[in-house]
Design a protein around this ligand. Structure first.
Ligand SMILES: Nc1ncnc2c1ncn2[C@@H]1O[C@H](COP(=O)(O)OP(=O)(O)O)[C@@H](O)[C@H]1O
Ligand SMILES: [Mg+2]
Length: 366
């Protein structure tokens, strides 16, 4: 298990100012899990990963792997990079051009020494096979395609059977199609080998597709940690809701108090609506209600009864093939709705919307 606690890592900018790149970051990753640091550029993902790897020296905090402390500011411990036994692949992975595929993958084992030639051969061939590269073992590494080179970089990182696999945007240099395929392969490989993996990306779709757990970062801090489903369906605040996919935000005021978790009544520009909240709300509290476009059901006829039904006018729509995005004007605001392409209401037409109360989430400020 990886445990990071109270991690702070600073840089000195070119103007001599202190940059607090990582602030009080804490998280735990169970053995064999795929954990992702997700956030916009500059939020401190790479710095967190480099601190774990031993490439940056944190100002404070403690990092341990399977009970072994590899960094502790209070106990003055900092295990050297090459003694940490982690596998790493960075965005600008480098394969060695004057070596064959086999030699590239075998290199970490040979450098470390103490492993018999025959055993090296066996282990390298097994890893190459997992990556679908065994037929290319004797080929010059530069003769591989981009995707194959990417898999070779991964092979080299996992051949040591590392306690931790650290990946920093390893797919970002690939074209879209190849990236999708590599995503599947990476997931399969990680699950198959049971590698504890820390993955860094700014791509929310990638994070949701690959991870057991995701930590969303903003401005050096972790904002929320949870399963892909939790951070998508129950974002902790507006930053997370906006960063992970599209959402409608409705400013409102609590009308009816209640006890959490429960449905509350909130007055919004659309009208009074029922919303879900895990925390207690008091009458007159200002709140933001978040609802995803796919949770806005668009109806051609207004139902006679039900919660959160509002009428509006189709302002715009965009045909996307397997779905249609509607923009609906109601109560002076625009609501985005993602619908089945069978809905044919033209622009200017009247529609009704039903917002599932369970999917109307009250957000904390900030
Ligand atoms: N070597 C460095 N010197 C000074 N500032 C740095 C250095 N590396 C990163 N930073 C700053 O630290 C912050 C976090 O950077 P980084 O961890 O690379 O973010 P991310 O990987 O999320 O894009 C940014 O403000 C960045 O400008
Ligand atoms: Mg980065």
């Amino acid at each position: 298990m990886l445990s990071v606690s109270g991690l702070n890592t600073n840089y000195r900018s070119s103007r001599g100012e202190n940059v607090r790149a990582v602030r009080d970051v804490s998280f735990e990753v169970e053995k064999g899990k795929f954990f992702t640091l997700l956030g916009p550029s500059g939020c401190g993902k790479t710095t967190t990963l480099r601190s774990i790897a031993g490439l940056e020296r944190p100002a404070s905090g403690e990092i341990s792997v399977n009970g072994r402390v590899i960094f502790s500011s209070s106990r003055n411990i900092s295990v050297a990079l090459n003694k940490r036994n982690f596998g790493m692949v960075f965005q600008s992975y480098a394969i060695w051009p004057h070596m064959t595929v086999f030699q590239n993958a075998a290199f970490p084992l040979e450098v470390r020494g103490g492993v018999a030639k025959k055993l090296i051969r066996e282990r390298v061939m097994r890893v190459l096979e997992t990556m679908g590269l065994e037929k290319f073992a004797e080929r010059e590494a530069t003769q591989l395609s981009g995707g194959q080179q990417q898999r070779l970089a991964l092979a080299r990182a996992v051949v040591m059977e590392p306690e931790l696999l650290l990946l920093d945007e390893p797919l970002s240099n690939l074209d879209a199609k190849l990236r999708d395929r590599m995503r599947f392969e990476l997931k399969r490989l990680q699950r198959e080998l049971g590698l504890t993996t820390i993955y860094v990306t700014h791509d929310q779709a990638e994070a949701l597709a690959l991870s057991h757990e995701v930590a969303v970062m903003n401005d050096g801090c972790i904002v929320q940690i949870g399963s892909p489903r939790t951070i998508y369906e129950q974002p902790a605040n507006r930053f997370v809701a906006e960063f992970i996919g599209a959402s409608n935000f409705l400013e409102g005021t609590v009308v009816g108090a209640g006890h959490a978790p429960a449905l509350f009544r909130v007055r919004t520009p659309l009208g009074e609506m029922a919303v879900r909240s895990d925390r207690a709300l008091s009458s007159r509290d200002p709140v933001t209600v978040s609802v995803r476009p796919e949770n806005v059901e668009v109806l051609e006829a207004t139902p006679e009864a039900g919660l959160n039904i509002f009428t509006g006018t189709v302002e715009a729509k965009v045909f996307q093939g397997d779905f249609v995005d509607f923009q609906i004007r109601a109560g002076g605001v625009n609501v985005m709705a993602r619908t089945h392409p069978s809905l044919r209401t033209p622009v200017g037409g009247s529609v009704a919307m039903r917002l599932d109360p369970e999917k109307c989430i009250v957000l904390r400020a900030g």
